[in-house]
Design a protein around this ligand. Structure first.
Ligand code: ZN
Length: 387
C-alpha cells in the first residue's frame, strides 16, 4: 500500500487501534518501498503497524519521524535513492541488568503509547510462555487475581506484578515491574522468557496504557467484582480464596453473553462460570479458616459452597450468608440440568426459577440474567466488608 501525506505526518497521533475496524494492531518489521518527495526509499525491514483483521497498515510515530529525517538528509545531499536493509533498535535498558531477559527496544519505541523519555525502557514488554503462571496458580505462597482473560496480577510475598495475555497466549510483563522482583523470581521468569511476537493486544495494555476499560457488560462486571473479592480475601485475611488451573484464561474467555439462546450455547457459559466459582473455591484453605474460628465445626464431606457459606457466617455474622450463597447453589443446579446429569431435570429447573424469583418469562435468558445479577450482588455485598 502507498502511504498518504497524512499517514506520513509525524505530528498526528497514532494509536494501537485500526481506524477502519478498531482491531488492535500488531507491530511488524516489514518491507517499505515508496517515493516520497522525489526520493525512492526502500527499506527491507521497517517497523510498521498492521491490522490483523483488515490488513490495513499504519506507520508508528517514530517511523514517520525516521522517514522525515531520510527525506531531509536526502534533499540536503541531493540524493534520489535511499536503501536500508533494516531499521530497528538493539538497545538494552537499565532494568534487570543481572538477568539477561529477551526483549526488543523496537517494541518500546514503536508500539504506540509505551515511550517514557523520563524513564527510558520502563514499559518495554517482555514475553513469556503461558506456563510461567503455573507456579503462581498452584503455590499457596502466591495469589493470582484475574480481571479478565487477558489481564491479571500475581501477588507474591514481596509485592505484586501485573501481566497481560496476548492473542498468541503469551504472557506479557513490563521490564520495570520485573526489575522490582527478587532476583530469584527474575531468574524463574527468565526460564520461561521467549522472543517478542510484537503483539501487545490485551486488557493489560488497555488498562495500563490507554486507561480504558471496555464497556462494562454484566459478564465483565461479575468478573471484576469476583477479582475484588479475591483481592480483599488476600489483603484482609491472607486467604487465597480461589485456586485456578492453568487453562483459566481460556475458561474466562468463554464467559461472554450467548448470541443464540439455545441449551448448548448457554451451557458453555454456565459451565465456565461454575468452573471459576464453585469449582475454584479453595476448599482446603477455607476449611483451615473455619477451624481457626470454630474448632468444633465438622467440615467433613462438605462441598466448597457449603464451606464458604459457613466461613461467611463466622467472619461476617451480620450478613445473610445463606442468601449470599443462594445464586451459587442455583448456578450449580442449572449446570447439572444443562449437562443432563440428573434424573429429574424439570423439577430442578423449576426450583432454579423459583429460587431466583422468576415466575413469568421462564426461559434460559431470564435465568441466565438473574444468575449473573445475583452473583455480582453477592460479591458486591462481601466486598463491602473490605472497605
Ligand atoms: Zn482493521
Amino acid at each position: 500500500m502507498i502511504f498518504t501525506k497524512d499517514d506520513l505526518d509525524p505530528t498526528t497521533v497514532q494509536t494501537i487501534h485500526c481506524s477502519t475496524c478498531s482491531t488492535c494492531l500488531v507491530l511488524e518489521l516489514s518491507k517499505f518501498e515508496q517515493i516520497i518527495e522525489d526520493i525512492e526509499i526502500k527499506i527491507e525491514q521497517l517497523p510498521i503497524l498492521i491490522c490483523p483483521s483488515c490488513d490495513k497498515k499504519y506507520l508508528p510515530q517514530e517511523t514517520r519521524l525516521f522517514l522525515k529525517w531520510v527525506v531531509k538528509e536526502g534533499k540536503k545531499k541531493s540524493e534520489t535513492k535511499f536503501y536500508s536493509p533494516k531499521h530497528s533498535l538493539d538497545k538494552r535498558y537499565n532494568f534487570c541488568e543481572n538477568v539477561n531477559f529477551l526483549y526488543e527496544a523496537t517494541d518500546y519505541n514503536y508500539i504506540p503509547g509505551l515511550m517514557r523519555p523520563w524513564n527510558d525502557g520502563a514499559l518495554t514488554p517482555v514475553f513469556f510462555k503461558k506456563t510461567v503462571l503455573q507456579k503462581f496458580l498452584s503455590d499457596d505462597d502466591y495469589t493470582v487475581t484475574l480481571g479478565s482473560n487477558t489481564y491479571g496480577t500475581i501477588y507474591h510475598p514481596h509485592g505484586y506484578i501485573s501481566f497481560g495475555i496476548n492473542r498468541n497466549r503469551k504472557v506479557i510483563a513490563w521490564l520495570k515491574d520485573l526489575d522490582k522482583l527478587p532476583i530469584e523470581e527474575q531468574h524463574y521468569f527468565r526460564s520461561f522468557n521467549v522472543k517478542s511476537d510484537h503483539d501487545i493486544c490485551s486488557q493489560f495494555y488497555d488498562a495500563q496504557i490507554e486507561v480504558k476499560w471496555p464497556v462494562h457488560s454484566q459478564e465483565r462486571l461479575l468478573l471484576m467484582k469476583k477479582e475484588e473479592f479475591e483481592k480483599g480475601c488476600k489483603q484482609y485475611f491472607q486467604l487465597k480464596i480461589s485456586r485456578y488451573s492453568d487453562d483459566i484464561d481460556e475458561i474466562l474467555e468463554k464467559i461472554q453473553r450467548p448470541v443464540l439462546w439455545n441449551e448448548k450455547n448457554v451451557m458453555f457459559v454456565i459451565n465456565s462460570l461454575n468452573k471459576i466459582t464453585t469449582e475454584s473455591f479453595n476448599s482446603i484453605r477455607i476449611k483451615e479458616e473455619i477451624k481457626k474460628l470454630d474448632s468444633n465445626f465438622k467440615t467433613n464431606g462438605l462441598g466448597s459452597l457449603k464451606l464458604l457459606q459457613k466461613l461467611i457466617q463466622l467472619k461476617f455474622p451480620e450478613l445473610n450468608a445463606e442468601e449470599i450463597m443462594k445464586p451459587f447453589f442455583v448456578l450449580n443446579d442449572f449446570r447439572l440440568v444443562l449437562d443432563h446429569r440428573i434424573d429429574n431435570p424439570k423439577k430442578i429447573l423449576d426450583s432454579c426459577y423459583r429460587r431466583m424469583g422468576i415466575s413469568e418469562n421462564k426461559n434460559l435468558e431470564t435465568l441466565y440474567d438473574a444468575l449473573f445479577k445475583e452473583i455480582t450482588d453477592s460479591f458486591t455485598q462481601l466486598n463491602g466488608k473490605f472497605s
